[in-house]
Design a protein around this ligand. Structure first.
Ligand SMILES: [Zn+2]
Length: 206
């Protein structure tokens, strides 16, 4: 007797869902079955939203945040922002909590990672060349190194601080003030803590 299994199309759907972060085999199966039992419009809307997002959203080549292919980058295209201050963060998603704090109105640069020798992440794997290129343009007077307060975040800030100080000695370097949770990323800090950390940022090396 043949072993009974789900139809190939359903197995295929479960297989795709399983590849999503935090989705295990049981959850993938539950979502797939839920979608099948939902009205047709639900699956169609989801498929349409997925297609529109993957076609319409790209990473801004300048700051590394998410930009609309048609409307551009909400940060880089905003003429009201201060071109003289550049805040360097690890991930594009770190920008949102900093924006919510309301303490910073300059430009951003997401590295898309941090130095991590154990994971084989070196300077060449991060958006450091494009950062140096932005500094070369000459408008930036202060760089805030807002990488995390854990060992890798500190090492990344230290490396960037040295690199920038050597090439652009006229640029002031600062680091977020204490108050951030030790070992935590920006996404784990509340708005007030981030506001204080940004407002009280200290020159690097002090
Ligand atoms: Zn941008």
């Amino acid at each position: 007797m043949n072993k009974i299994a789900y139809p190939a199309e359903l197995q295929n759907l479960i297989g795709h869902l399983k590849r999503l972060p935090s989705i295990g085999p049981r959850t993938a199966e539950r979502i797939a079955l839920w979608l099948l039992r939902s009205p047709d419009s639900c699956s169609a809307d989801l498929a349409q939203a997925l297609g529109a997002a993957s076609l319409g959203v790209l990473l801004c080549p300048s700051c590394g945040f998410f930009a609309s292919r048609t409307l551009g980058c909400p940060l880089c295209d905003d003429p009201a922002r201060d071109n003289s201050a550049l805040c360097v963060i690890e991930q594009a998603t770190d920008i949102l909590p900093l924006e919510r704090s309301g303490a910073f109105h300059g430009r951003y640069h997401a590295l898309h990672g941090r130095l991590s020798p154990l994971d084989n992440v070196g300077p060449d794997d991060l958006r450091i060349p494009s950062l140096l290129q932005r500094l070369r343009v000459g408008q930036v007077r202060e760089v805030i190194l807002a990488t995390g307060s854990d060992v890798e975040g500190e090492a990344t800030a230290h490396f960037l601080g040295q690199t920038i100080a050597q090439t652009f000695p006229h640029i002031a370097l600062s680091r977020l003030a204490q108050g951030l949770p030790a070992g935590g990323g920006l996404d784990s800090a509340d708005d007030l803590t981030l506001f204080r950390a940004l407002s009280g940022r200290r020159p690097l090396g002090s």
